[in-house]
Write a protein that binds this ligand. Sequence first.
Ligand code: URA
Length: 213
Amino acid sequence: MMAAPSYIPPTDGIGNPPSEVWASAPSLEALAACIQGCLACPLGPGRFRLVFGEGDPKARLMFIGEGPGKEEDQQGRPFVGKAGELLDKMIGGIGFKRDQVYIANVVKCRPPDNRTPTPQESQTCLGYLKRQIELIDPGVIVTLGATPLRELLGIQTGITKARGSWQRLELHRPIPVMPTFHPAYVLRQYTQEVRGAVWADLKAARAWLEEHP
Ligand code: URA
């Protein structure tokens, strides 16, 4: 077997990690090392820490959010703020521990003032996320909010309409995707209707995993 190419620091003055290296990264560690210094989009120079994602590298259930907030940027870990507390409860509610699932975001660097990442920022980062998904090879992905739905699946209809309906991500193989509301939205709209919708979506994801051991 040919040895995997090792990371070459960016030399193009733009800080774009070489795609031939990250696209064939043999492990999550290799991928993380490869993109650690990324300056390929305007978010790079503003970050304190790149938030790669975390969890079981062989998780059957993967959650994908939008992008790091202030606390995530400080700690270098996804979903550690208020929304993260709720995500932990959501994960627990369907019988998983946080370290049994994998949690990542569309963009790995914090957008200023927690704004939505632009399509250009998202698309620049998306290749890293796709390689990450291929390496984890989850049974089911749960997307959180409109951004992963739009950027990863190209679905523009909006989360209120799209949540709860199975989608499919065509990657190294088709992966079922259950879109649900972002936990930050649930915290803002803490109604029985919104919470009930998220619960139904999570139960559907769990049922799929149970039916496909
Ligand atoms: N919101 C997200 O979408 N991702 C995080 O990691 C934290 C908050």
